[in-house]
Ligand binder design. Structure first.
Ligand SMILES: [Zn+2]
Length: 645
């Protein structure tokens, strides 16, 4: 442990005044193995990296530096120069974290080893990994006064090492969200730096998806620096962006800035100046980069400096503007390529179309055309979904028709204590309600799914489902994993609340809530009447719409793999969406009992028949006025199927 201890104390000493870029210009050599431009490092080549290297220097007070970048812009090289600087000039304990241990091993071999090999001062300070007793291995490199440790964000042990002065987090967006059940690997790693007042934390990544991009979250928290460069025509300082408009222009005109083809043959590209509108040719870029400067565009948290750069800034000889335009043309036809373009060329997080939150007001505008508690002609069977809360049950009744086009018929909230039978009697009243079908027939709920999920109310729901089995009331349990069927195979629950085995135990149906919600959200996007389309009557409360759109699906990295998950704001309620999902599960239940092909025509025939019978009886009703004899409806669709009145 002596070397670690020495490194610890060395790390507390102040350093001589020298910046990372000054060190790199003097001592850094790029190897032909790891670089397209081997030879001596020149910060002049990538002027936008200079300030980042300055704030990483040990005499600069900045503690946290965030670099959100496009690919191949020199981001990793900044980190390498910084590591070399620390080893040679500012020793102390350093932790270099990559997404996984395997990637760290690979980087050690392919990037760190060649850097040491090619730079004489580093080669002198770090013994080769293979030599006996060198104190060096693939993941640990000792040097005078310091130690460089490499690890993966998937290794809790690696992140829990000794105190560190310097933390380098590379490709942050590829890190797992959770490391071996111990929470965020970034939080775990940052905790190691708290001993050092003069600590440095450098976070680097190409962003990924907007909802989960850690580098984007960190950048948003920072002072959001952009690299402003002068227009060669008017001198106006601006940062280079892909395409867009700036509406807050003082001159009353929207400012336009974008990269465009400069000729019809698509051989030349130009950037339109946001101020004078002139075409800026790429040959001006070298001078523009030299004349550029970082300017913060936000206040930030006061301790984090954030830098963002995209491929439009690529130095001459790297990625050209025409290549970027060409890439976009290819990508605009393919969503997967578009994501890559946005992430790796523009260096920006990608907002996927499907993850966009549905707009409650927009949906509400689509309601109408029929009234609450009535069923339009094409609605053939009513199903219900019931969400059980500690103080109420929320109920959705929806009529489905051919192609699973559907019409909301009723939305009810029954208040009360789920432990009391009174509440369930009221729920049953709602499920027994008669609805007026457009044909003249009367229809009632055919099947209902009731959520049994919450532990406190589970047994009350079981009891309700057991007592009303003949009415096709199902106890369901939500399964949030992706890919589960909307309704799975039931299991017998024959233990009661006192853990006693009971006869005629209730069937518990697994309900694929993730699949159901995905299906519903997909269907909510249909604006034209047709298969799958959702319809709503006039007059639903705003609450309904807010709850329906309370969740959104996003992609999260779980254990390093992207997973689609549903998320909602902590405060948001979403019972309506759950109810709609369970109503869909109730429809699936009907499919388990009927032939899917013949079901809809059969239901249509039944409704028409009832309507006819009711029409025939209409004159009778007229006679009733003279002869007061109570007449029940001729027939109705009920929970137990069809029955004559
Ligand atoms: Zn200009």
């Amino acid at each position: 442990m002596d070397a670690y201890e020495a490194a610890f104390y060395e790390g507390l000493k102040p350093d001589r005044d020298l910046t990372v870029w000054e060190w790199a210009d003097e001592h850094r050599y790029l190897s032909s193995k790891a670089s397209a431009e081997p030879g001596k490092w020149r910060t002049d080549r990538t002027p936008y990296l200079r300030e980042i290297m300055t704030v990483l220097s040990s005499n600069d007070p900045t503690q946290r530096v965030v670099f959100m970048k496009s690919a191949q812009i020199g981001g990793t090289e900044v980190g390498n120069c910084w590591l070399g600087y620390i080893v040679h000039h500012s020793p102390g304990p350093v932790l270099y974290v990559m997404p996984t241990v395997e990637i760290a091993e690979k980087a050690s071999k392919q990037r760190i080893a060649p850097m040491i090999e090619e730079s004489p001062v580093l080669k002198e300070l770090i013994a080769p990994a293979r030599s006996r007793d060198s104190g060096n291995s693939l993941l640990t490199k000792e040097f005078r006064g310091g130690v460089l440790m490499l690890t993966g964000a998937n290794s809790a042990a690696g992140l829990r090492s000794m105190p560190i002065k310097t933390l380098f987090c590379d490709e942050l967006d590829a890190w797992p969200l959770d490391v071996e059940g111990e929470g965020s690997p970034l939080a775990l790693a940052e905790k190691r730096t708290t001993t050092f007042a003069r600590r440095k934390i450098f976070l680097v990544s190409t962003p990924t998806l907007a909802d989960t991009s850690r580098i984007s979250i960190e950048y948003e928290r920072s002072d959001k620096r952009r690299y402003f460069v002068p227009c060669p025509h008017c001198g106006h300082m601006q940062w280079l962006r892909w395409r867009g408009y700036d509406n807050d222009a003082t001159g009353g005109r929207a400012k336009e800035y974008r990269l465009v083809w400069a000729d019809d043959g698509k051989t030349k590209a130009a950037y339109i100046c946001e101020e004078c509108g002139s075409y800026i040719e790429e040959r001006h870029k070298t001078a523009m980069l030299r004349g550029g400067e970082w300017r913060s565009t936000a206040v930030g948290d006061g301790i984090t400096k954030g830098y963002h750069i995209n491929s439009l800034y690529s130095p001459a000889g790297w990625k050209a503007w025409v290549e970027i335009l060409q890439e976009f043309e290819d990508a605009s036809k393919d969503p997967a390529l578009l994501k890559t373009f946005v992430n790796t060329t523009l260096g920006e997080p990608f907002e996927e179309a499907y993850s966009a939150r549905l707009d409650a007001e927009g949906l509400a505008k689509r309601s109408g055309g029929y009234e609450l508690l009535t069923v339009p002609a094409a609605g053939l069977v009513v199903v219900a979904g019931c969400d059980v809360q500690r103080d109420r049950v929320e109920i959705i009744q929806r009529a489905y028709g051919e192609g699973e086009q559907s019409w909301l018929v009723n939305y009810a909230v029954v208040h009360g204590d789920p432990q009391r039978p009174e509440l369930w009697a009221q729920v049953l009243n709602v499920l027994d309600m008669e609805f007026q079908h457009e044909s003249g027939a009367i229809v009632r709920t055919y099947a209902a799914a009731v959520d049994s999920g919450d532990g406190e109310t589970t047994h009350a729901v079981y009891a309700f489902a057991r007592q009303n089995r003949h009415r096709h009331i199902l106890a369901v349990k939500g399964m949030s994993q992706a890919g589960k069927p909307v309704l799975g195979k039931p299991t017998k629950q024959d233990i009661n609340i006192r853990k006693q085995t009971i006869k005629n135990g209730v069937e518990l149906w697994p309900y694929g809530s993730d699949t159901a919600k995905s299906t519903i959200y997909q269907r909510l996007k249909n604006t034209e009447a047709g298969p799958g389309t959702f319809h709503w009557p006039m007059g639903l409360p705003a609450e309904y719409w807010q709850q329906l759109t309370a969740e959104k699906q996003i992609v999260r990295m779980l254990n390093g793999f992207p997973k689609r998950v549903w998320v909602k704001a902590d405060s948001a309620r979403n019972e309506v969406l759950d109810c709609e999902g369970m109503a869909l599960a109730a429809l699936q239940y009907i499919y388990t009992r009927h032939n899917r092909q013949s079901f809809w025509p059969q239901m249509r025939a039944r409704i028409e028949k009832t309507a006819e019978k009711l029409a025939e009886s209409a004159p009778v009703e007229a006679e009733i006025e003279q002869m007061p004899v109570p007449v029940a409806p001729v027939g109705r669709l009920s929970l137990d199927g069809w029955r004559r009145g």
